[in-house]
Design a protein around this ligand. Sequence first.
Ligand code: SF4
Length: 382
Amino acid sequence: MATTGLSRRDFLKVSGLGAGAALVGLPRSARARAAGTERRVPTLCEMCSSRCGVFAVVRDGRVVRVEGNPDHPVNLGRPCARGNAAPASLYDPDRLRQPLKRGPDGRFRPISWEQAIQEIAAKLQELKAQYGPQTLVWAEYQNLNSGLYRRFVEAFGSPNHTGHAALCFANRNVAYAQVFGSLPSVDYKNVRYYLSPGRNLLGGVKAGDVVKLAEARAHGARIVALDPRYSELAGWADEWLPIRPATDAAFLLALAWVLVEEDLYDRDFVAGRTVGFEEFRQAIAPYTPEWAETLTDIPAATIRRIAREMAAARPAAVVDPGWHGGNGMYWNGFEAARAGAVVNALLGNLGAKGGLVMAPKVALGRIDNPPEGAGGGDGGGG
Ligand code: SF4
């Protein structure tokens, strides 16, 4: 040290500065991680039902931001804008953190959890004695605790458990449950022909699916948006079909008509995995492309062409089950979703690469229901 004129203290100072200078070039998050002041806790985003895989980045005991988990299949490392905003919700000064009770003056005041639970339990018992257990309706935004809530409602004896699905995608889910037994997903990454009735994937929150669909398109997949709106998807698609609102069912039935009448459907799938095909053939006889044109404003020739193109691409040709747009939230949304499911069956895409995929069941342990009579009713869920 003497030869350089640097004291040990000076040397350490300069070394520290050097290390600091190296970190200065890094983004703030990388600097904090390198300095060991941030932790990344793997978790799920619960800002919507997609439940993307994320890391909560914690500094000094506070979540400072959310980062995507690249290993999670739903979002492939990309949280949406709402997910990124999650810490703001967590620390919102108006967020409820404990029970409040309204006083005679109409103002809410904090009470303890113990008091709240006792008062609510007593009130529930009183209502049950007076009106029966069905008087309880439990409404919630479905979340990871929903199974527990449902058990509570069942134990109480009420079948009235509901959630946001009733206002969102229930039509689609019930339609697909009727046709396929459950709701499938789309193998977006490998699809070769994608018809989207009313769903605007590019304007939604499923970033992982957008990435997969973009990949499919880069490999030559054809994207067709069936939507009255010129949505983000419609602007990006190979073809936009501006259908008259709420007539998707007619379009999809005419697609089915062409597939059947021109013998373009998957005969093996229909013979091996469906029932009632002859009745179905008779039922759709009136639903020609010309009939659909009068309702949908889509030319009959276009409907025929789309059906033929999809048949040529099957089984990697898909009618998106939708979210709630085209297939859910209008008077015959249920029938539109069911018609889409039937077209998918005719294309034989269930379980095929680039088609519809059923999530495998995960083996879980078993929790028995509360003992008979514990709740004073037969329960059953909503
Ligand atoms: S889509 Fe957005 S809000 Fe929904 S779980 Fe994923 S990151 Fe969260």
